[in-house]
Design a protein around this ligand. Structure first.
Ligand code: AHR
Length: 504
């Protein structure tokens, strides 16, 4: 049995828990929109064609923001195709995913869905095949109350009040050679700055995200961020980060430690942004929008036969996640929370069917993937302030990251309801960890009120439509409060809630 210790102290405050950490992403890709959020004729569909079962699970997942409509899709997208009477909407080739886009769902439908789901929309504009004018047009259509051609068009299309979208992504992954309209950092930085400046002429208070690298292994990583920020520093609020992880070559231990890469990624982008800020003599601090992150078996996708036809909503990127994926994802969430001073927004990519926590059958059932659970629990229980915890933990060796701690953790503390929540991952593939918690700084003798654990004897166990709860959080009986101690099984995600005893 491994032993670890950590101290929870409200003095070690990092930042407030940011609701936007719990964002996700809906792209016109595969079955994310069609037979995902939207499927008229489905037994649970409402009068808009939105699946009620997916809406219910989106709410249960605790999603805050949803990025839309892409992703790679946005770089060839004409937003005007998706407005007005459906019968007049064109069918188009979607080059990014080799599909046919029917445009049955467009910006107005998506905004209606966000209101029903209770989430904040985060829009991306096309800086691949389009530019400043089309971004301004979309902004006018979405955010101007009335009295102009495009705002009146929105009203004529059935939406009286502006959509009032606050957060906008200036393109998507423009550093990637796969991106339609791929650009050099200087080219992209120029068009992003021009677009941002013009958008701010409509509304100076928008929150704008410049594209950072589509991964830390990109050959231009670092210099891309520096050049883009040289051009855009004064007119954007955030730089984006994207990262996907998968188990490679049977190295489960390395995979479970993938948040080590994310940690380094965040630190590198923050340092690069601060370096540019220093050179510009700017007091402004650029935030990080980690607006694509997840486990994705990208190598399987890349090695599949390229499609030859142009199907509508084909099943693409439908990864079926197992327990180890959920534990790795939990570790990534812990890292995002630990960096809440710098990561001001994040989007799990994506929401439904496409590398997603929610899966559907067309016309049929919906179920929660294993990865649903750490996200839903973190969104539900993280509140108040993020507290830094530095576990004293046994280490283990990985091929990719060298020595890493077995235990990865973060805490949040809510002064209002006096509740402290510890999120912890045991990365050991073999041994439980007995964790001792020093919480004396919390004042009155706190007790563990609940300990929930997501684990399974088979690290590759999955949920399916037939067995939707095979992998789900269960109460962990192996804890005591005097002293505070909990046993974390190997390959597990854990949520431990601490409160003071009731006042007499
Ligand atoms: O999320 C899937 C794809 O991954 C997105 O479309 C793209 O931005 C990224 O490469």
């Amino acid at each position: 049995m491994l032993q670890a210790q950590l101290t929870i102290d409200p003095a070690f405050r990092v930042a407030p828990v940011r609701r936007r950490t719990f964002g996700t992403f809906v792209e016109h890709l595969g079955r994310c929109v069609y037979t995902g959020i939207y499927e008229p004729g489905h037994p649970t569909a409402d009068e808009n064609g939105f699946r009620g079962d997916v809406l219910a699970l989106t709410r249960e997942l605790g999603v805050s923001t949803v990025r839309y409509p892409g992703g790679n899709f946005v770089s060839g997208y004409r937003w005007e195709d998706g407005i007005g009477p459906r019968a007049n909407r064109p069918r188009r080739l979607d080059l990014a995913w080799h599909s046919t886009e029917t445009n049955e769902v467009g910006v107005d439908e998506f905004m209606r869905w966000t209101r029903l789901a209770g989430v904040e929309p985060m829009m991306a504009v096309n800086l691949g095949t389009r530019g400043v004018q089309e971004a301004l047009d979309l902004l006018e259509y979405c955010n101007i109350r009335s009295g102009t051609a495009l705002s009146d068009l929105r009203i004529a299309n059935g939406t009286k009040d502006p959509h009032d979208v606050r957060m906008w992504c200036l393109g998507n992954e423009m550093d990637g050679p796969w991106q339609i309209g791929h650009k050099t950092a200087r080219e992209y930085g120029r068009i992003a700055a021009e677009t941002a400046r013009a958008m701010r002429m409509i509304d100076p208070n928008l929150e704008l995200v410049a594209c950072g690298s589509s991964g830390s292994s990109m050959p231009t990583f670092g210099s891309w961020e520096a050049t883009v920020l040289e051009e855009t520093y004064d007119v954007v609020d955030h730089i984006s980060c994207h990262a996907y992880y998968e188990e490679k070559d049977g190295d489960l231990g390395g995979f479970l430690a993938c948040s080590t890469d994310m940690e380094h990624f965040i630190a590198s982008v923050a340092a690069t942004a601060d370096h540019v800020g220093a050179r510009l003599r700017s007091r402004k601090r650029i935030g990080i929008s980690f607006d694509e992150w997840n486990v994705w078996y990208l190598s399987r996708f890349q090695s599949a036969e390229p499609p030859t036809d142009w199907p509508v909503a084909p099943p693409l990127l439908e990864d079926h996640y197992h327990l180890a994926d959920a534990v790795a994802l939990g570790g990534l969430l812990i890292t995002l929370l630990r960096n809440s001073d710098r990561v001001l927004a994040a989007s799990l990519a994506q929401l439904v069917n496409v590398i997603a926590p929610i899966m559907t059958e067309p016309g049929g059932r919906v179920w929660k993937q294993t990865t649903f659970h750490p996200f839903a629990q973190a969104s539900r229980y993280a509140s108040g302030d993020v507290l830094r915890v530095e576990p004293v933990s046994p280490m283990y060796d990985t091929a990719e990251f060298g020595e890493v701690p077995v235990l990865h953790a973060v805490a949040t503390h809510d002064e209002d309801d006096e509740t402290t929540t510890l999120f912890a991952v045991n990365r050991s593939t073999e041994e439980p960890v007995t964790l001792e918690i020093d919480a004396r700084a919390l004042g009155r003798d706190v007790v563990i009120t609940s300990a929930d654990t997501l684990t399974d004897p088979d690290v590759y166990a999955r949920n399916t439509a037939d067995a939707p709860d095979r992998v789900a959080p269960r109460a962990n009986p192996d804890h005591r409060s005097d002293p505070l101690r909990v046993v974390l099984p190997p390959v597990s995600w854990n949520v431990i809630r601490l409160t003071p005893p009731p006042r007499p």
